[in-house]
Design a protein around this ligand. Structure first.
Ligand code: SF4
Length: 372
């Protein structure tokens, strides 16, 4: 039973730079407005807001006297033009890896090439990047299926010069699958891999840890695409828990003698990762010492004790039966709730979605009955 923290967890260079730029402006006594969230981490954004930073959706919302900071994910060319037109001072925190895609798209558009961009069309980075090109020549696709459809079911293949690039956080495996399609249908395409090195290293390490762990904990903002990619990758190999902050982690989610690994999105500060590590170590120690005593009142009130769903079975009467000693009387009836299995003990509905030891299940149910 141990907790391993990924070596690649913590801010990447681009995020670090963006956060430092905002902090420097604050330290210099400037009033700061970020265009969009400076990074995809709510705690960091909140902390800056506490220091007086405002977040605006567009340039028209920036009050007089403020310095604008352009987020790490970048913005379309039109935003730069507007800032300059309104004479608003600004700092550009666009990550250099993102800025590179802007230059490629801008140049390709001038050369009248057709751009194939692998990414999420609703993500701010994609919106920013394609806003540096001729929109009628930029084609965004999310995965290999969409790319195939784009090539085979539209008239795009009548175009001549193609260039392929990707959102910096695009999944490297999906990218490789896309390359096979390009090779098949548009072999003369110029291919530029713009996936961020920091992202692919993080992905690789996460996959390695997931293969060698019983449970992966991923920490990152709900809107962070690289965090979502990490969770998706890890989920293929082991049980994966995605949280935005360490306080969302609860003891009942973990098993005795389980190897747990933690990684985090590029916008998650190392301090938050360390906080999660401390919580997990404490929880695992508590489970080891005494699984029942370690269910705190807070955990009980807020959460579901840890129960093995595979040891609980629905019978045709809508009641719960367990393989051995638990019976209807002990466990009560249940009704469908949001996912997992729900059991009622007294007046309490318990949602169960993780596996545990049957001995613990029995003890937990006794505790529940007592509390109820
Ligand atoms: S993940 Fe990569 S592209 Fe994104 S901010 Fe960090 S270094 Fe830049």
């Amino acid at each position: 039973m141990s907790v391993t923290v990924a070596k690649t967890a913590g801010f990447c260079n681009g995020v670090n730079r963006a956060v430092s730029i905002v902090q420097k402006e604050i330290n210099e006594g400037k009033k700061v407005a970020t265009i969009g969230h400076i990074i995809h981490n709510p705690q960091v954004v909140k902390e800056f807001e506490r220091k007086g930073v405002i977040v605006v959706d567009d340039v028209s919302q920036i009050p007089d006297g403020y310095t604008a900071v352009i987020r790490a994910h970048g913005v379309p060319q039109s935003v730069y033009s507007e800032l300059e037109m309104r004479h608003i001072p600004y700092m550009d925190a666009t990550c250099s890896a993102v800025a590179k895609t802007h230059r490629i798209i801008s140049k390709a558009s001038m050369e009248k090439k057709t751009i194939l961009y692998a990414g999420d069309k609703n993500h701010p980075e994609t919106i920013g990047a394609i806003g540096h090109g001729n929109m009628s020549k930029v084609n965004v696709f999310a995965d290999v299926q969409e790319l195939t459809q784009l090539i085979t079911q539209t008239d795009i293949s009548n175009d001549k010069d193609f260039i392929l690039l990707a959102q910096t956080t695009f999944n490297p495996n999906e990218w490789n699958r896309c390359l096979q399609i390009i090779d098949k249908y548009l072999p003369d395409t110029e291919i530029i891999n713009t996936i961020c090195y920091a992202t692919s290293e993080r992905q690789k390490e996460a996959a390695y840890l997931a293969v060698n762990s019983g449970c992966m904990v991923i920490i990152g903002g709900k809107h962070s695409s690289n965090t979502a990619e990490l969770a998706e990758t890890c989920n293929k190999y082991c049980r994966t828990i995605l949280v935005e902050k360490p306080s969302e982690l609860h003891m009942y989610q973990f098993k005795k003698n389980e190897k747990i690994s933690i990684t985090a999105g590029a916008s998650t500060p190392l301090t938050i990762v360390e906080e999660a590590e401390a919580i997990l170590n404490k929880a695992l120690q508590a489970i080891k010492e005494d699984p029942i005593k370690s269910i705190s009142k807070e955990d009980y009130n807020n959460n579901v004790p840890y129960i093995d769903s595979k040891d609980i079975q629905d019978d045709s009467n809508g009641a719960i039966q367990r393989n051995n000693s638990l019976n209807h009387e002990t466990i009560g009836t249940y009704k469908p709730f949001t996912g997992g299995i729900n059991i009622a003990v007294g007046k309490i509905i318990v949602n169960v979605d993780e596996a545990s030891e049957i001995g613990l299940l029995e003890k937990v149910l006794k505790v529940l009955v007592k509390v109820a």
